[in-house]
Design a protein around this ligand. Structure first.
Ligand code: NAD
Length: 302
């Protein structure tokens, strides 16, 4: 198998220290430095101020590739992941033999990255994560690994340190992404459906808390009614921590792959349209803005 390396990894790299990558890199650094390994980190927006305690700040991608045997990526999308992978592949004095992408990317992006990596003797796996920043900080996110079992086993301690909830969903790159995209498509459906259904109830004179109390012990319960509405709307924080633009990216990647693999898209094409409309209204908005989008539509319709 392409460069999966042998023995214990003694030097890791982590690229992208944002909402998710920052806390994941911190948990990785804590656990791996206790095990005697070094963690090199890098973020193009500024590494020194984002580097977790105990990590080494790399000067750039080539500098990281010269040090780290295994590099994790946590960046916004597949275009950026692919560009970083190409930079690692081309780095002189490269020590990197494995790249694990923790970002949410398209299925075809992951397959193409695995092919590029293999051509240079590098093992690649896509391992998108689910659970949001709070769980990333707690080290309890779900990690959805698509790639060879041997690569997973060699990195199990590192993955456990970041998420502790590791699923091996398939041997092929792209299968982690397929699993993650269908999950986020369902999450978007939940938010879109709950926003309309709660609005319907309010218009019939029901209280929001009453609607949630009944639905959450009945058959209509979903992650929006059970988690996002109580935690973010009833509480008034109006913030889930997941950007609406990232959700729209994921649903559109799901839709594109569904069209390619022949899955019916009657509902997903509509949900993608809703996601795009929410982002068009508020490009920096949070996933919770799906609710405010429905509220604005409802008042326009009066
Ligand atoms: P983010 O925008 O907060 O962080 C991304 C980081 O990558 C930024 O700090 C940015 O400066 C850095 N970056 C971008 N291009 C780079 C490059 N070329 N070189 C080095 N660094 C670069 O995003 P996030 O919320 O942390 O999400 C990261 C990934 O995880 C995305 O693919 C997202 O879809 C996925 N994800 C996010 C959540 C969430 O709740 N935020 C949950 C699950 C999955």
């Amino acid at each position: 198998m392409a460069g999966s390396g042998e023995g214990q990894v003694t030097a890791y790299g982590f690229i992208g220290l944002g909402d998710m990558g920052g806390p994941m890199a911190a948990n990785l650094t804590k656990a791996m430095s206790e095990a005697g390994a070094t963690v090199w980190v890098y973020d193009k927006a500024g590494t020194a101020e984002r580097a977790p305690e105990g990590a080494q700040a790399a000067d750039g991608i080539a500098a990281m590739a010269a040090q780290a045997e295994t590099v994790f990526l946590s960046v916004p999308d597949g275009r950026i992941s692919a560009a970083l992978l190409a930079e690692i592949v081309a780095a002189p004095d490269r020590r990197t033999t494995t790249i694990i992408d923790l970002s949410t990317v398209g299925v075809d992006d992951a397959i193409a990255m695995a092919e590029t990596a293999a051509a240079s003797g590098i093992a690649f796996a896509d391992c998108p994560v689910s659970g949001g920043r709070a769980k990333a900080i707690a080290g309890t996110i779900t990690m959805i690994f698509g790639g060879p079992a041997a690569v997973l086993e060699r990195h199990r301690a590192a993955l456990d340190a970041m998420g502790g909830n590791v699923f091996h969903v398939g041997e092929k790159a792209g299968q982690g992404s397929a699993m993650k995209l269908l999950n986020n498509y369902l999450s978007a459906c939940n938010m879109a459906a709950a926003s309309e259904a709660v609005t319907f109830g309010l218009r019939q004179g029901l209280q929001m808390q009453t609607i949630l109390d009944v639905v959450n012990v009945s058959t209509g319960m979903n992650t929006a009614t059970a988690d996002k509405f109580p935690r973010c709307i009833v509480s008034g924080t109006n913030h889930t921590g997941f950007r609406a633009a990232l959700l729209a990216k994921d649903v559109n990647l799901y839709l594109a792959q569904a069209r390619r693999n022949g899955t019916p898209v009657t509902l997903s094409s509509k949900v993608a349209e809703i996601c795009d409309a929410v982002v068009a209204e508020k490009p920096d908005g949070d996933m919770i803005d799906h609710w405010f989008h429905v509220q604005a539509q409802a008042s326009n319709d009066r």
